[in-house]
Write a protein that binds this ligand. Structure first.
Ligand code: FMN
Ligand code: ADP
Ligand code: MG
Length: 216
């Protein structure tokens, strides 16, 4: 059960991602149990978790933050995730908060990787208020998703109620946002012209789909 104590406003060191982060994950967006939008009002893009334990033993079950890119070739033109960009080769990098594990509140028997994509950091946060509106984009099932995990937030918990789970995910969104707004993390999303070699490599990887490098 979730411990009854206040949450830290940020997670991970201010200086930037610490070993083993950044961690790269990618896969096609698949169907989950259909609860994210329906039960919680919080859509999560699920990607396959089959090889996770072998490929990434460092990713223990829990909540993480990072940056995602969706393959622009597979997104419809009206999809908000492209920020109105044409159905072309330009990938948008967006902040994300995700859960890896068995969702103890729902007692799943299979592990899942579920990513909630947040609005750009330049927009006001819709989850900073007590009556949050979680970000909703047009559906993008089947689209390739690249994810760079930059830090760990907390373990997964069971909750006394659905409202308590939703409130903790709302706080996760705020922790992810405040964590990513730090200079050493923001450079993964917004190119300030000062990015170092490895950060550029990670940004390039994020925008690469099926061997083709998309423009960012
Ligand atoms: C940031 C974040 C944190 C989450 N934390 C928990 C948690 O602590 N315990 C839990 O049971 N589920 C947690 N979840 C998972 C939700 O229960 C899950 O998104 C929901 O069951 C939707 O599943 P679906 O994609 O299969 O429909 C979290 C999800 C997100 C996006
Ligand atoms: N902000 C968002 N973050 C993640 N997925 C979103 C978002 N907005 C819309 N979606 C869409 O909603 C789907 C997830 O909804 P969800 O209710 O969790 O269903 P499922 O159980 O199939 O994962 C995603 O696969 C994606 O197509
Ligand atoms: Mg989902």
């Amino acid at each position: 059960m979730r411990p009854d104590k206040p949450r830290d406003p940020v997670a991970g060191p201010d200086a930037g991602p610490e070993n083993p982060y950044p961690v790269r994950l990618s896969g096609p967006v698949i169907k989950g149990f259909g609860r994210g939008s329906k039960d919680l009002g919080i859509p999560t893009a699920n990607i396959p978790a089959d090889d996770l334990s072998e490929q990434h033993p460092e990713l223990t079950s829990g909540v993480y933050y990072g940056v995602v890119a969706l393959d622009p070739q597979n997104l419809s033109q009206e999809n908000g995730a492209t920020n109105g960009a044409e159905k072309s080769n330009s990938a948008t990098l967006l902040p994300a908060v995700l859960s890896i594990g068995y969702n103890p509140f729902y007692k799943n028997t299979v592990r899942s990787v579920e990513i909630h994509i947040m609005p750009p950091l330049t927009q006001p946060s819709p989850t900073a208020v007590a009556q949050p509106k979680f970000n909703r984009l047009p559906d993008f099932y089947g689209t390739q998703l690249n994810l760079l995990i930059l830090g760990y937030i907390r373990p997964e918990y069971d909750y006394v109620s659905l409202d308590a789970l939703i409130e903790d995910i709302r706080i996760d969104c705020e922790v992810a946002r405040q964590s990513l707004l730090r200079e050493a993390y923001q450079q993964y999303i917004a190119d300030d012209g000062k990015t170092s070699g490895q950060v550029n490599e990670d940004r390039k990887w994020l925008a690469t789909f099926d061997g083709a490098s998309a423009k960012i």
